[in-house]
Design a protein around this ligand. Structure first.
Ligand code: DON
Length: 586
């Protein structure tokens, strides 16, 4: 009976998302473990959602932010693909299914760990085009031209998503591109039902969309609504050309010609030469010992290094007995660790090819000790600076993360984005491609906050060919014996590193299960504004009166965590219950 109810639940869910899709293997893949009641403060409704957002398997699990993206991954796995094929198929699929979050005119990072082969960090993020210089975004008096980095053609960087996925798949995948791209093409051509989050994004962006984009995301000259079918025929054709021409399609194929035609009306801001010059950057992941595990994370311009600093600082503070006991002491340790990490990010974060980032120093025990000494002085003397009232900019929901882990410990952790909701709000006619607005991830001028309220220094100034600083921090954890323990990452702008920190803290330090750890109310501090953001559910545990030296704001943490962990011979995947995705597997 239970199985039948659950079968229907999944069928209804998938039919809702895509009336035309058949789901042959889904019945082998139901969550097998009934879950105990939760005994922790939860985001509203989270415990009832566990059935949908948690999945247990033995062979492989993928966790993503759309059921059909997870399904695309499992489809190629069933065809004999490996985790990298799963990554590639799910990445192309999610570009179709969450066009407000990511897409082929976006960029991203991936950390790949194949125990028998090696480990890699791939940076396929957007780069500033040759014409992208700081002065282009400033008035003569040096003030910022409003929204030029945020909306329209000049807010886009040269995209890397296609080149990144193709290069990784070519190096480590097994299947032909026709298999990898088949699900994405189906979703684009046959369409899928528009879900709430996407419908809201379409309505919000509608007024600024160029005509080509309104044509795709509209019906009868109005924004397409929840439950209606979204068909992206031009995007299906672009994907088909990728099967035919592989990476050449995005260096000098028809797609690039169409991009060039579009930019002929916009000062040729991005040129065919920019596409020809685009290179995916491949390096070793950053490796560090944290909380009894080894973390493999993305090097700068990702924020992986700051995530690790945060974890080291927390550990160092835990070793000292000068901090207050109980919840308040814990809040101080977490907040101060975050404050230092985001201060570093603001002051020195940027593209390591353009600026020196002392990664080894930031990861060292000596640094954690030094910074903890400073924090300790503040705590012991009670001389906290008075927090200032600062207004935080509203944030948007976008970007996406996919975590994949198989029985052998092969793992991919990837975060991909067009930055803000629907990026620049423009589509390149004839391609189905939505422009990113990732130029806003640069610091347009020192101290001027970006979309996520983050400030930066000259290290992250706009320069031709440069990669903007990013909060995206895809990571993989190994246990003490070197076996893959967890794959984790998140979208959520400035809250990405802290969402990963919060989840690892609940899971590794507090020993909660993965679902609880992902859905547990979160703590966030990002240096500026000087304020702790707490999910409203923990208001009673941390009233402002007990934290007089902080300014506390109770508001929803918006990052969504997607993680897979290994516990014995079980793999457990969780998609954040705030999102639309599900984990799937076998
Ligand atoms: O790379 C970055 O830091 C941003 N482009 C990420 C944006 C993001 O995660 C938005 N999330 N909701």
């Amino acid at each position: 009976m239970n199985l039948i109810i659950r079968t229907n639940y999944w069928l209804v869910l998938l039919l809702f998302f895509n009336g035309c899709e058949s789901i042959p293997f889904l019945q082998d893949s139901f969550p097998s473990k009934p879950q105990a009641n939760l005994t922790v403060p939860q985001i509203e409704g989270a415990s009832e959602k566990r059935d949908r957002y948690e999945f247990t398997g033995k062979e492989i699990i993928i966790s993503s932010d759309h059921p059909l993206a997870s399904q695309a991954g499992m489809e190629v796995w069933k065809q004999g693909g490996n985790v990298v094929d799963v990554f590639a198929a799910a990445s192309f699929a999610i570009s179709v299914l969450r066009p407000h979050s990511t897409g082929l005119f976006g960029g991203g990072f991936a950390v790949v760990f194949l125990p028998a082969k090696g480990k890699w960090a791939y940076d396929f993020r957007e780069r500033s085009p040759k014409k992208g210089v700081a002065s282009f975004y400033l008035k003569e008096d040096g003030s910022v031209i409003l929204e030029k980095t945020l909306k329209g053609p000049y807010s886009a960087g040269v995209p890397g998503t296609v080149q990144g996925i193709l290069q990784i798949q070519k190096q480590h995948g097994k299947l032909p591109l026709s298999d990898i791209l088949a699900p994405a093409i189906r979703y684009a051509r046959n369409g899928f039902s528009v879900y709430g989050d996407l419908a809201a994004a379409i309505v919000k962006t509608w007024p600024q969309m160029n005509p080509a984009m309104q044509k795709v995301f509209g019906i009868d000259n109005r924004a397409i609504r929840e439950g209606e079918l979204l068909i992206q025929e031009d995007l299906a054709k672009t994907l088909e050309r990728i099967i035919e021409n592989a990476e050449k399609e995005f260096s000098d194929g028809e797609t690039i010609q169409l991009v060039s035609n579009y930019y002929s009306e916009f000062q040729e801001f991005i040129t065919t030469e920019d596409f020809k010059n685009y290179q995916v950057k491949v390096s070793e992941p950053l490796v560090s010992s944290v909380w009894g595990h080894t973390i493999l994370t993305m090097p700068p311009p990702s924020s992986g290094v700051h995530l690790v600093t945060m974890m080291h600082l927390y550990s160092e503070m835990q070793n000292r007995n000068t901090f207050p006991k109980g919840d308040v002491g814990e809040m101080i340790r977490i907040t101060e660790a975050m404050r230092v990490a985001y201060r570093d990010r603001a002051e020195i974060g940027g593209d390591p090819l353009f600026t020196n980032i002392p990664v080894s120093k930031l990861l060292s025990q000596g640094y954690a000790k030094e910074e903890t000494n400073e924090i300790e002085r503040k705590v012991v003397s009670g001389s906290w600076p008075t927090p200032k009232e600062e207004v935080k900019k509203p944030e948007s929901y976008n970007t996406t993360h996919i975590s994949i882990l198989d029985r052998e410990g092969n793992a991919v952790s990837t975060t991909q984005s067009v930055n803000g909701i629907f990026g620049a709000g423009h589509m390149v006619p004839g391609t189905g491609l939505v422009l990113n607005n990732t130029m806003d991830d640069f610091a347009v001028a020192p101290g001027v906050p970006n979309l996520y309220g983050l400030v930066g220094s000259k290290a992250n100034a706009i320069e031709p060919g440069k990669t903007p600083l990013s909060s995206m921090s895809p990571s993989i954890l190994l246990d003490a014996s070197g076996k893959t323990k967890m794959v984790i990452g998140a979208p959520g702008g400035s809250q990405i590193p802290t969402s990963i920190f919060n989840t690892l803290y609940r899971y590794l330090i507090q020993k909660r299960d993965l679902y609880e750890s992902v859905s547990y109310p979160r703590i966030h501090h990002q240096f500026m504004p000087d304020r702790i953001f707490l999910d409203p559910e923990i208001k009673d545990s941390y009233p402002q009166s007990e934290l007089p030296f902080y300014q506390v704001q109770y508001s929803r943490h918006r990052a969504k965590v997607f993680a897979v962990t290994r516990e014995g011979d079980r793999l457990i995947g969780v998609s954040d219950p705030k999102g639309e995705g599900v984990p799937l597997g076998f």
